[in-house]
Design a protein around this ligand. Structure first.
Ligand code: PXG
Length: 436
């Protein structure tokens, strides 16, 4: 380590704690990272829910390298490049039926802000401009833009900026209910009725003021909260009844995490807009996207033909390197069957996950596809401390997990093999015994 650590203000990090004992990654391949001092670390979280095809895939590396040699950058406004159109077609081809128009961004946060803006503009273009209200959900995470923190439900992301939130946002209750659903396998049985809270919000505000509802099919960042059986269907039905758009934020559930290309297909509920990012390029070049129903897109295609229909976009929308990475990534997903591999492996994953039941302080194990939420009882007066300690100790023992509150989340690359699953849960179990 030669550089000083002071200048880099790290995101979502305990900076002072980190800089006392930095954890530095230097190399990645397949299921593993290597630290700067040469230790091999099993990646239990696909980087940060994004490296779904495993690290440093040569096909993706080659595609990005080739692209940067041929054309480093292309402006996305009023001009294009072929890979952008090709990638949009390929994303549309794996999206749920009817969602076939793709707007590129550079992150999940940008995708969320883009989708919210599209929803508001859509109603306005239809002469329904009083629909300005957006409904999010407690314990939702939709990135860190002002739109995203407004509809999100993570208090630490909200309290500092509470006076600067989007006006007119309201929230559904979260669906996490340990009293009824602890140690569920797959989606929990209880809680579909929580979707009826949307009817109450409609009764309170009137449907004519509500533009959209945004939820994650599975909430990741706030601790892996699974949708109760029948819940998403109910939300869809209520939105339909009242002309409200339904947005699924699939930044983590997209690209095979649940066992289908998107959570929408997995749960059989088709939203009007999908936000995604992360896995679209296997995490190697920043990119996000909003996938819209054609009808929404077509609503914008009015007015003088030379007029710009949507005043929105980013300098790096459809960046050539991201498009090259995306095309190579989708090829791998398809060729290697990775979009459905989580379904094949999930019985083994589920069995291994639930073997942690009964370990000290473990109050819940929940799983879906290749996702795990492992919740601990919080230490008195020190919320989050136990899971953070588990995270640190796992890292010392060569396994990367993710802590959020008192939950450990796992979301490994979809190329994971059974022996990796054993190592992951074996290390977790050992660590939990020492930390409790
Ligand atoms: N929506 C969802 C559902 C997300 O999970 C974002 C939006 C924002 O994406 P960007 O690309 O702007 O970060 C996310 C991001 C975690 C964790 O530990 C998850 C995310 C980010 C940081 C940590 O689970 N997801």
């Amino acid at each position: 380590m030669t550089a000083a650590l002071d200048a880099y203000w790290m995101p979502f990090t305990a900076n002072r704690h980190f800089k006392q004992a930095p954890r530095l990654l230097a190399k990645a391949e397949g299921m593993h990272y290597w630290t700067a001092d040469g230790r091999r670390i099993l990646d239990g979280v696909a980087g940060l829910w994004c490296v779904n095809a495993g690290h440093s895939r040569p096909e993706i590396t080659a595609a990005v390298a080739k692209q940067i040699e041929v054309m480093d950058y292309a402006p996305p406004f009023q001009i294009g490049h072929p890979a952008a159109f090709e990638l949009a077609e390929k994303v549309a081809a794996i999206a749920p039926p009817g969602l076939n128009r793709v707007f590129f961004t550079n992150s999940g946060s940008e995708s969320v802000d883009t989708a919210l803006k599209i929803a508001l503009a859509y109603h306005r273009l239809r002469g329904d401009g009083a629909r300005t209200r957006i409904i999010g959900r407690e314990r939702g995470y939709h990135g860190v833009g002002f739109g995203g923190i407004s509809v999100g439900g993570m208090v630490a992301n909200r309290k500092m900026w509470s006076a600067s939130m989007l006006p007119g946002v309201d929230h559904l209750p979260h669906t996490h209910d340990l009293a009824r659903n602890a140690f569920s396998r797959g989606v929990p049985s209880h809680g579909a009725e929580l979707a009826n809270e949307l009817e109450r919000l409609v009764a309170l505000h009137d449907a004519s003021t509500i533009a959209a509802v945004i939820v994650e099919p599975i909430a990741g960042s706030t601790g892996v909260l699974l949708p109760p059986k029948g819940y998403l269907e109910k939300l869809r039905a209520i939105c339909d009844r009242h002309g409200i758009l339904l947005i699924f934020d699939e930044v983590i559930t997209g690209f095979g995490r649940t066992g289908s290309a998107f959570g929408a297909q997995e749960f059989g509920v088709i939203p009007d807009l999908i936000t995604c990012a992360k896995g679209i390029t296997n995490g190697c070049v920043p990119m996000g996207a909003v996938i819209a129903k054609q009808e929404i897109h077509d609503t914008f295609m009015q007015g003088p033909p030379a007029a710009i229909e949507l005043f929105h976009g980013y300098t790096y929308s459809a960046h050539p390197l991201a498009c090259a990475a995306g095309l190579a990534t989708l090829d791998i997903y398809q060729r290697d069957g990775l979009l459905t591999r989580a379904k094949t492996l999930s019985p083994y994953w589920e069995q291994a996950a639930h073997s942690l039941r009964g370990l000290p302080a473990v109050i819940d194990v929940r799983n879906y596809g290749l996702i795990l939420g492992l919740e601990f009882e919080a230490r008195a007066g020190a919320p989050g401390a136990r899971a953070f300690e588990v995270y640190l100790k796992c890292f010392e023992r060569g396994v990367l997990v993710r802590n959020t509150g008192d939950t450990i989340a796992l979301s490994p690359p979809l190329i994971i093999e059974k022996f990796h699953v054993d190592e992951l849960f074996g290390t977790l179990a050992e660590v939990i015994r020492t930390v409790a």
